[in-house]
Design a protein around this ligand. Structure first.
Ligand SMILES: [Zn+2]
Length: 343
């Protein structure tokens, strides 16, 4: 089969690799019908040391189950399923608590031999990992359903971690696909004011359509000042940090009002967390991490099927597998918000 392999910064290749197959009895094999390129794929695309082994890429997909192992009970061949970016058994203590990304038998796609930017992918812990969709594989809402594998669930997680609730003021740091889904999540949870910090015209336009009430294009001190102006000098109750840079984290903490909360889902690029002093003196709670998107699918799916939310609009380019290297380039140069890979 063919799959995406990254060999170093800027070096993404489509190669023929051994076919995905059932290895463990709890595995399934998914024929990928749609995958995506993620903002987090751009970190290795910018920084990865050259390697001869290569890394299999892709952690978001929808597809059709084409094989299951002997111990798989709830998933069957032919099911149309969404694959969360982490696999999990669905039964351990952390899965029971809704924290599937900390599953004792879990792990992440886009590593080792499990990459979803491919014709097929092996799914460890198939019963706990896969979510069967009540639609055919070419359903009209497929692009929005695909976001359940990462960006919509991740935006929702940021909102939950930031304690978004009806009537609250919210700010979103980061206008990528996750930040845009964070706007959807904040509105869905009843936020009254939703301030998007971003400066790309196409993304801002989408943010407004998703429910952003104010746009702040400034950065650093000027951004902090502007958010305060928009909130009677107070700052916001909830901040969704969807970038992961030190500077964006510091901004997030500084625009939170005393007693507020920052929900972070941008993968931190530094060991130390900035903003310790303002976070302390303003009693700001900082929470978040890898989103347990598997736990959120059941809640978010009905809103997509009923057309209440349209997170699939974050996809503004579609490529086939051969177009994946060009898709990485386009996303890295910010020519596009998010790329869908359609086989
Ligand atoms: Zn588990």
């Amino acid at each position: 089969m063919r799959a995406t392999v990254m060999y170093g910064a800027g070096d993404v290749r489509i190669e023929t690799v051994p076919d995905a197959r059932v290895v463990e009895p709890t595995d399934a094999v998914l024929a990928v019908s749609r995958a995506c390129i993620c903002g987090s794929d751009l970190w290795p695309y910018k920084t990865m040391e050259p390697t001869h082994v290569g890394r299999r890429m892709g952690h978001e997909a929808i597809g059709v189950v084409e094989a299951v192992g002997a111990d798989v009970r709830s998933i069957k061949v032919g099911d149309v399923v969404v694959m969360p970016f982490a696999y999990s058994d669905g039964t351990c203590v952390f899965c029971a608590e809704g924290l599937n990304t900390s599953c004792i038998h879990g792990g992440f796609f886009g590593m080792a031999d499990v990459g979803a930017q491919a014709e097929a992918v092996r799914i460890p812990q198939a019963d706990g990992t896969l979510f069967v969709l009540p639609v055919g594989k070419d359903h009209a809402l497929m692009s929005s359903l695909l976001t359940l594998s990462d960006v919509m669930g991740t935006g929702h997680h940021a909102a939950i971690a930031a304690k978004v609730a009806p009537g609250k003021t919210v700010a979103i740091v980061g206008d990528g696909a996750v930040g845009l889904c964070g706007v959807i999540a904040a509105r869905r949870l009843g936020a009254e004011q939703i301030i998007m910090l971003g400066r790309h015209a196409d993304r801002i336009a989408l943010a407004k359509q998703f429910g952003a009430t104010d746009i702040v294009g400034e950065r650093g001190d000027a951004a902090v000042e502007r958010v305060r102006e928009l909130t009677n000098g107070l700052g916001v109750h909830s901040v969704l940090e969807c970038v992961g840079h030190g500077e964006s984290m510091l901004t997030a903490i500084r625009i939170a009002r005393p007693g507020g909360a920052v929900g972070r889902v941008g993968v931190p690029q530094e060991e130390a967390m900035p903003g310790s002093l303002p976070a302390f003196y303003n009693n700001i709670s900082v929470s978040g991490g890898p989103a347990p998107v598997r736990a959120y699918i059941a809640e978010l799916l009905p809103d997509i099927l009923e057309g209440k939310i349209e997170p699939g609009r974050v996809f503004d380019r579609t490529v086939n597998l051969d177009g994946v290297p060009a898709g990485y380039r386009a996303m890295n140069q910010r020519e596009t918000i998010k790329v869908m890979v359609k086989s």
